[in-house]
Design a protein around this ligand. Structure first.
Ligand SMILES: O=P(O)(O)OC[C@H]1O[C@H](OP(=O)(O)OP(=O)(O)O)[C@H](O)[C@@H]1O
Ligand SMILES: O=c1cc[nH]c(=O)[nH]1
Ligand SMILES: [Mg+2]
Length: 207
């Protein structure tokens, strides 16, 4: 249930984005392109159903997506993935989940949740570039399941082994798609080598 999406185009963009000198404008562009490049792998097993299709010459059979898609960014850093997913999935709806990690306890604190109706019938794609301790992703998935979601998957950019373990222990039914598995966490819960604080780099809030 762990898919490492390591296409060379993604790895080149990721290298540029990790660079401490990458400015916010370029960081956002790299993240958006990586998100788009991940979409085919993330959606490869989505169910389709046959539908009739009339070409200018005859009637044939095409396919339609079986379920609607709900993109679910975890605020704030998940927003950096949203436009890249929208570029290829323009018909998707969006759920928002507000979570911030308490810097002392490293536990996620929930501050917002807004989901579309009929979540149970949708493919719900949780988006957050960083899987560090795993606390935020697990909390987000708990909230989505409470709201009725049944078909879930999680997409991140960089995952720490510690976070993958915690995630898989708590949510064995939810597949993870990541562009990289990094080495470990430091004593402040940051991913090494990582890319620093994704939300701060995206939105220019570094102190
Ligand atoms: O796996 P975890 O240890 O829970 O850490 C990962 C979380 O930390 C970051 O968010 P942060 O709390 O910094 O909020 P922000 O995006 O608003 O900066 C990141 O975007 C994840 O949501
Ligand atoms: O390395 C990390 C860990 C958590 N959140 C981030 O943005 N970066
Ligand atoms: Mg942050």
């Amino acid at each position: 249930m762990l898919h490492v999406v390591d296409h060379p185009l993604i790895q080149v963009e990721l290298t540029a984005l990790r660079d401490r000198n990458c400015p916010g404008s370029a960081f956002r562009q790299h993240l958006r392109r990586i998100a788009s490049l991940m979409v085919p792998a993330v959606t490869a097993d989505f169910a389709t159903r046959p539908v009739p299709c009339e070409t200018p010459l005859e009637i044939t059979t095409g396919v339609a997506a079986e379920r609607s898609i709900v993109l679910t960014p975890v605020l704030r850093a998940g927003l950096g993935f949203l436009d890249g997913f929208f570029d290829l999935l323009p018909q998707a709806s969006v759920a928002h989940i507000g979570l911030a990690r308490n810097e002392k306890t490293l536990l996620p604190e929930s501050y917002y949740l807004k989901v579309p109706p009929n979540l149970a019938d949708c493919e719900v794609i949780l988006l957050d570039p960083m899987l560090a301790t795993g606390g935020s992703a697990v909390e987000a998935l708990r909230n989505l399941k409470k709201a009725g979601a049944k078909h879930l998957r999680f997409v991140c950019l960089v995952a720490a082994p510690e976070g993958i373990q915690t995630f898989q222990d708590a949510m064995p039914d939810v597949p993870i798609f990541t562009a990289a598995v990094d080495r470990c966490l430091n004593d402040k819960g940051y991913i090494l080598p990582g890319l620093g604080d994704a939300g701060d780099r995206l939105f220019g809030t570094t102190g």
